[in-house]
Design a protein around this ligand. Structure first.
Ligand code: MG
Length: 416
C-alpha cells in the first residue's frame, strides 16, 4: 500500500488522483492534502479520505477550515511544505500550479519521499537541482503527464503479466512474415537512454492550430480555454493554446531522461492518441498510445512498477481510423521556440521563461493583455536577463521572484 500526500488536491489533477485512490482503496491511503483556497471541496475530501493533516495556501481560508474540522490545518507555503514532509507518507503527488511547486518538491525529496510530478514548473524552473536531489536521496520521480509517461513506458521494462492485449499493426505486406515474439520483445524490453536517437513529443496543437497571426490577434479567453482534446485547469489550458506547455514538456524531457535538446522533437498530432515516441539508433520507433485521458498517466505514476486495472475507455483503432501529423508553427506560436532557446541556454534562463509566462498567463486570464502579448512579454523578459550559470536554489528562487515583479510592472505600464 502506498501512503500519498496530494499537493493541490482540489484541482483537476488532484481530484482525478483521488478518483484513482477511490478505485483502488487497497492500494492507496491518503496521508495529507493541500488546497489553494477551495475549502468547501477540501472539507468533503477530508471527510471521505481521512488524511492526518491538511494545508491551505490562503491563510483566511485555513482559519475558516480550522473551525469546521478537528485535524491539523496548516497554512501558507510553510504549511504545504509540512504536508510534503509528513512522516507517514511515502509518496508526494505534486499537482500544484506554478513555480510555487519547487520548494515542496525539494523538501519532499530531502525527506525521502517518492515524487509523482504533475507540476511542470518544478523541473522547468529548477531541473538540475531537483534531479540532483533525486539521485542523492535515491527516490523515484514519476512524471504525471501523458507525454512523459509515454516516454517512460517506451523506455521501461514491462512484465508480460501486465499485458492485456498486443495489437500488431500491418500495412498488409511488410509485417506478413514477422512472428509475434519479434515485435513483442521490443515493446516489453527495458531500454537504455544511450540507444535513443530521438524522442518525439506529440502536441494536439491546441484550439488555435490552424489560426494565422491575424486570427490569433483576436482570440478571447473563452476561445483559449476551449481545448479540443484535453480537459485541464485554466493555467495549463492557456499554456497549451500558446504551445508553451509543449515547450515546458521539452525542458522536462531533457531533465527527466537526460537527453540533449537536439534529440527532442515536437510533432503536432491533433487526435492526441499517440502520446510520445522514442526512436532508437537502429531507427526502431516505440510509441505509447491511448485515448486522451489524464487518469491513465496519473494512475501509472502511482502504480509503477505494477499496473492496476483501469475503468478508462480502451483504445479502439477502428474508431479512430486516421492519425495525422503536422510540423509545429514556430512563427505563430513562438513560445515553443523560446522554451527550446531557454532550455539550451540553461542556468537561470528557464526560470525566467516560466516566471514571465506565469504572470502573463494570469494577466491574459484577467483580460489585462491580449493573447499575442503573452509571447511578446516573455521575449522581453528573456532578452533582458543575464543568465547565471549553475545557480543554486536561492539564486533560482530570487530570479523567479524578481522576474515576476518586473513582469507585473511592464504589464501595468504596457511596456512590452
Ligand atoms: Mg502533456
Amino acid at each position: 500500500m502506498k501512503h500519498l500526500s496530494i499537493l493541490g488536491s482540489t484541482g483537476s489533477i488532484g481530484t482525478q488522483t483521488l478518483d484513482i485512490v477511490n478505485n483502488s482503496p487497497k492500494e492507496f491511503k491518503i496521508t495529507g492534502l493541500t488546497a489553494n483556497k477551495n475549502i468547501e471541496l477540501l472539507k468533503k475530501q477530508i471527510i471521505e479520505f481521512k488524511p492526518e493533516a491538511v494545508a491551505v495556501m490562503d491563510k483566511k481560508s485555513a482559519d475558516l477550515l480550522k473551525e469546521k474540522i478537528d485535524i491539523d490545518v496548516y497554512s501558507g507555503i510553510d504549511g504545504i511544505i509540512k504536508i510534503a514532509k509528513l512522516n507517514n507518507s511515502d509518496t508526494v503527488v505534486n499537482a500544484l500550479v506554478g513555480s510555487i511547486g519547487v520548494l515542496p518538491t525539494i523538501e519532499a525529496i530531502k525527506n525521502k519521499k517518492n515524487i509523482a510530478l504533475a507540476n511542470k514548473e518544478t523541473l522547468v524552473t529548477a531541473g538540475s537541482i531537483v534531479m540532483n536531489e533525486i539521485k542523492k536521496n535515491n527516490v523515484e520521480l514519476m512524471p504525471i503527464d501523458s507525454e512523459h509517461s509515454a516516454i517512460f513506458q517506451c523506455l521501461n521494462g514491462e512484465r508480460i503479466e501486465d499485458v492485456s492485449k498486443i495489437t500488431i499493426t500491418a500495412s498488409g505486406g511488410p509485417f506478413r512474415d514477422y512472428d509475434l515474439k519479434k515485435l513483442e520483445f521490443q515493446c516489453l524490453n527495458g531500454e537504455r537512454i544511450e540507444d535513443v536517437s530521438k524522442i518525439t513529443i506529440t502536441a494536439s496543437g491546441g484550439p488555435f492550430r490552424d489560426y494565422d497571426l491575424k486570427k490569433l490577434e483576436k482570440v478571447t479567453v473563452k476561445d483559449a480555454l476551449n481545448h479540443p482534446t484535453w480537459k485541464m485547469g485554466n493555467k495549463i489550458t492557456i499554456d497549451s493554446a500558446t504551445l508553451m506547455n509543449k515547450g515546458f514538456e521539452v525542458i522536462e524531457t531533457h531533465w527527466l531522461y537526460g537527453i540533449d535538446y537536439e534529440k527532442i522533437k515536437v510533432v503536432v498530432h491533433p487526435q492526441s492518441i499517440i502520446h510520445s515516441l522514442v526512436e532508437f539508433k537502429d531507427t526502431s520507433v516505440i510509441a505509447q498510445l491511448g485515448f486522451p485521458n489524464m487518469k491513465i498517466p496519473i494512475q501509472y505514476a502511482l502504480s509503477h512498477p505494477k499496473r492496476f486495472i483501469s475503468n478508462s475507455k480502451q483504445l479502439d483503432l477502428m474508431e479512430i481510423k486516421n492519425l495525422t501529423f503536422e510540423k509545429p508553427d514556430f512563427a505563430g506560436f513562438p513560445c515553443l521556440k523560446y522554451a527550446y532557446d531557454s532550455g539550451k541556454i540553461g542556468g537561470t534562463m528557464p526560470a525566467v521563461l516560466n516566471a514571465a509566462n506565469e504572470i502573463a498567463v494570469y494577466a491574459f486570464l484577467e483580460n489585462k493583455i491580449r493573447f499575442l502579448d503573452i509571447p511578446k512579454i516573455i521575449k522581453k523578459m528573456i532578452n533582458g536577463h543575464r543568465t547565471i550559470k549553475n545557480p543554486d536554489l536561492k539564486q533560482i528562487l530570487d530570479v523567479d521572484k524578481k522576474i515576476k515583479e518586473e513582469t507585473k510592472k511592464i504589464i501595468e505600464n504596457k511596456d512590452y
